[in-house]
Design a protein around this ligand. Structure first.
Ligand code: GLA
Length: 389
């Protein structure tokens, strides 16, 4: 019996006790979430995902498709906690990094492991923009800019959650007018669905009662070799983008759209993540590696915008999106400060993110596709991470 199986056995007993002694909560939900949560890692004792935050209850929900693929999602920040995907031998690999408890997510907050990001994914320069002639100010949480929704973005809210079937989890949240400085009451719905062609499809919807800006995304860190299997530097990547948006030293786009050709950003032909990550290129230096928005050649669900292969498992991930941009982040700020769900530290570049989104700082860059949402309009977008062996 290996260490992981052993810990699972011990935790099974602990979880059974928790279920038996939790009279005030819905036993069916808890029984499923706690029992299933055990599969996903060494949880401290048994109650890692059951917590009350500001009067609202958090849980871990599990969805499965017909081929045995499974995802666990918590309604705390809508984090995708784990994603079990089969390799060519049918062996399951958890391809996302995540924490083993809500406390873990609270501590690792600034890394956004698997989080649902809003109201505005990515950076807003100096935490300021003007909309319809009015000035709005956001919290500066990534000096000198505002990142991923500010001090307490959607990744730190407890969402309402409902499993609409075995394969689907629906999360809803109402963000109040001026929450984190953003105008308008925003009603948001995010649906995670595991499809039978082995994809996790994330659908976003939002409406507002005043003009506002919206840019929702998911911040999963993938390691297609699985946690504890080293860095992502030998993963092989292809991105269907002839252009990208260069940034200044604070990672705010300069406003230009530049060709990737002849630079370390050219993933139109496959390359490993590590091949040029330490290049002397100024943009690579600004990002401390890859932390840039790629301008996608096509979007929609007909062709993937990016394809990544794990060099050890052979698992292939294809990204499809309706968004115009893709922030490719190579885990440059990971520094081993947090413990992941199977016990490994989140060491430098052991995960990468592919955040499908509108371009960073769009509210201040009128030449970029607009992120404005007005009353009466519906914000609607979908992204799919599809796995093949
Ligand atoms: C985003 C940002 C990165 C970094 C991570 C979280 O991807 O672009 O610079 O802040 O979030 O660490």
């Amino acid at each position: 019996m290996n260490l992981r199986n052993l810990s699972l056995t011990i935790l099974t007993a602990g979880a059974a006790m928790l279920v038996a002694f939790s009279p005030s909560v819905n036993k069916t939900t808890i029984a499923t979430s706690v029992k299933d949560s055990i599969i996903y890692g060494k949880l401290p004792a048994d109650s890692g995902f059951e917590k009350t935050i500001k009067g609202k209850q958090t849980h871990l929900f599990v969805v499965k498709n017909k081929n045995g693929m499974e995802a666990a999602i918590t309604n705390y920040g809508g984090h995708l906690v784990s994603l079990l995907v089969p390799d060519h031998e049918g062996k399951m690999t958890d391809v996302v990094l995540g924490c083993g408890s809500i406390d873990g997510y609270v501590k690792a907050g600034a890394s956004y492991y698997g989080a649902t990001i809003g109201r505005y994914g990515n950076r807003i320069a100096k935490g300021h923009f003007t909309l319809d002639g009015k000035d709005y100010t956001m919290f500066i949480n990534n000096r000198p800019n505002s990142l991923h929704g500010g001090k307490e973005g959607f990744d730190r809210k407890v969402w309402d959650a409902k499993k609409t079937d075995n394969q689907t989890l629906e999360l809803t949240y109402v963000s109040k007018d001026m929450e984190e400085g953003y105008p308008g009451t925003l009603s948001v719905k995010v649906v995670y669905k595991l499809t039978n062609n082995n994809a996790v499809k994330i659908s976003y919807e939002a409406t507002t009662d005043k003009i506002t800006v919206v840019n929702l995304t998911n911040h999963s860190y993938f390691n297609l070799n699985g946690e504890s299997n080293g860095t992502i530097l030998n993963h092989i990547v292809q991105i269907d983008a002839d252009n990208y948006t260069p940034v200044d030293a604070t990672l705010i786009p300069t406003g230009k759209i530049e060709p990737v050709k002849g630079t370390p950003f050219d993933f139109t032909v496959t390359a490993t993540i590590g091949a040029n990550i330490n290049d002397t290129n100024e943009q690579i230096k600004n990002g401390k590696g890859y932390d840039h928005n790629f301008v996608l050649n096509k979007h929609g669900f007909t062709t993937p915008v990016a394809t990544v292969k794990g060099d050890k498992t052979g698992i292939v991930m294809k990204v499809y999106t309706e968004e115009p941009g893709l922030q490719f982040y190579s885990g440059n700020f990971m520094g081993g400060a947090n413990t992941m769900k199977y016990g490994e530290k989140d060491k430098h570049r052991t995960g990468f993110a592919m955040e499908t989104q509108h371009f960073p700082d769009s509210p201040n860059q009128p030449q970029f596709p607009a992120t404005t949402l007005r009353p009466g309009q519906i914000y609607k977008t979908q992204t799919m991470y599809k796995f093949e062996k």
